[in-house]
Design a protein around this ligand. Structure first.
Ligand code: PLP
Length: 387
């Protein structure tokens, strides 16, 4: 029996940044400070007005990173809420025109399950299928558009493969076909992970989430392009310009803005993230000849590999026992085979052995070496156990 690494559960060797990122120091400090200033931004006295002022300052910081003006950015509770809002209210804007939606088969459950719900309400949804590399072509989307299409939803970066979908070109194709079709982009995995600010892609709506970029869980935002008259999903006290009721989560908002500022201050983060991923993939290929690189990922922080013949849930558990955190696919699947890899038409042994590795600019070569060693040991011990 090989000696196990001392498991330090507070500081695991973490290659699951696409599931959630560590909360950065700046976000923790901003959050603690905001928690001490407990005023409700809607109250009328000066103490609360200060809270309201800070929310607007934070909105400006996040909006700048999204590439939009502050009045185009609405805070929500998470990426899932932003996606739900965009889809459920977005389709209403085309009510007189039809009930056809186009999306892709590789979207996150936040979009797919919402589309399924809309199907139950009488909408028709076309799911564009990816090729074996997880790619979707502009022509594919153009061919799916119809006179009764009201909304297109396409993610920028796939959370399981790291593949980037051609959102900018697709927006152009959709608007050329019919400027009235609303374009929603799930930008959760692309936010601050690609050089282009998301609002510049041209979509009408873009969803982002705080916990993928160093903020705590429970904060997200939706960009709504000026002129798009989306109705609220949550009604109530009329916060967020009447479009998203609910007392502002001042501490989460402060942390979101602080995390965004900290990420932006790290100028070469994308290059460093891509470099550590490349290093890890090269080491894995050298050390584990049976390993298949399913997707090296266009985005710098995500890739997918497979150990055909192994069960990824078991591998993930064995690695976890050694303090190494990776994912067997989207954390939202809870043991079910990934719809993304299934849609790519991969052989079953590949599907069974799929692992998603996701990185941060702070990931080190030592951590990558430890991951490769742990994976090699896991494969050897599981192979012996099987034979
Ligand atoms: N969209 C994508 C592509 C994601 O990866 C995730 C989270 O994993 C979400 C949406 C949901 O975001 P949240 O966890 O903030 O609800």
């Amino acid at each position: 029996m090989k000696e196990e690494r001392d498991v330090d559960r507070d500081h695991p060797i973490y290659f699951d940044h696409a599931a959630t990122a560590p909360v950065c120091r700046e976000a923790i400090e901003a959050m603690a400070d905001a928690l001490r200033r407990f005023g409700n931004p809607s109250s009328r006295y000066g103490y609360a007005r200060e809270a309201a002022r800070r929310v607007e300052e934070d909105r400006a910081a996040v909006a700048q990173a999204v590439g939009c003006t502050p009045d185009e950015l609405y805070f929500t509770s998470c990426g899932t809420e932003s996606d739900n809002w965009a889809l459920r209210r977005g389709v209403e804007l085309g009510r007189r025109k039809g009930k056809h939606i186009v999306t892709t088969a590789v979207e996150h459950a936040a979009v797919l399950e919402t589309c399924r719900d809309l199907e139950r309400q009488g909408y028709e949804v076309t799911y564009l299928r990816p090729d074996r590399a997880g790619r979707i072509g502009v022509e594919q989307l153009a061919a799916a558009l119809r006179p009764d299409t009201v909304l297109v939803s396409m993610m920028l970066v796939n959370n399981e493969t790291g593949t980037m979908l051609p959102v900018e070109r697709c927006v152009r194709a959709v608007k050329a076909f019919d400027p009235g079709i609303l374009f929603h982009c799930d930008g959760v995995q692309g936010f601050l992970k690609t050089p282009v600010p998301l609002a510049r892609l041209g979509a009408d709506l873009v969803a982002v989430s705080g916990h993928k970029v160093g903020a705590p869980k429970g904060i997200g935002a939706l960009y709504i392009k000026k002129g798009v008259r989306l109705r609220p999903l949550l009604t109530g006290g009329g916060q967020e310009g009447g479009l998203r009721s609910g007392t502002e989560a001042t501490a989460q908002i402060a942390a979101f803005a602080a995390a965004v500022r900290a990420v932006q201050a790290d100028g070469d983060r994308l290059e460093r993230t891509a470099a550590i991923k490349e290093y890890t993939l090269a080491k894995l290929e050298q050390t584990l000849p049976e390993l298949e690189i399913v997707s090296a990922g266009d985005a710098p922080h995500i890739c997918a590999v497979s150990l055909p013949g192994y069960k990824s849930e078991v591998v993930v558990r064995v690695l976890g026992d050694r303090g190494v955190c990776v994912s067997s696919g989207s954390a939202c699947h809870k043991g079910k085979p990934s719809h993304v890899f299934a849609a790519m038409g991969l052989p079953k042994p590949w599907l069974d052995g799929m692992l998603r590795l996701s990185f941060s600019p702070a990931s080190t070569r030592e951590e990558a070496d430890a991951l490769v060693r742990a994976l090699k040991d896991a494969a050897e011990s599981l192979f012996t156990a099987l034979s």
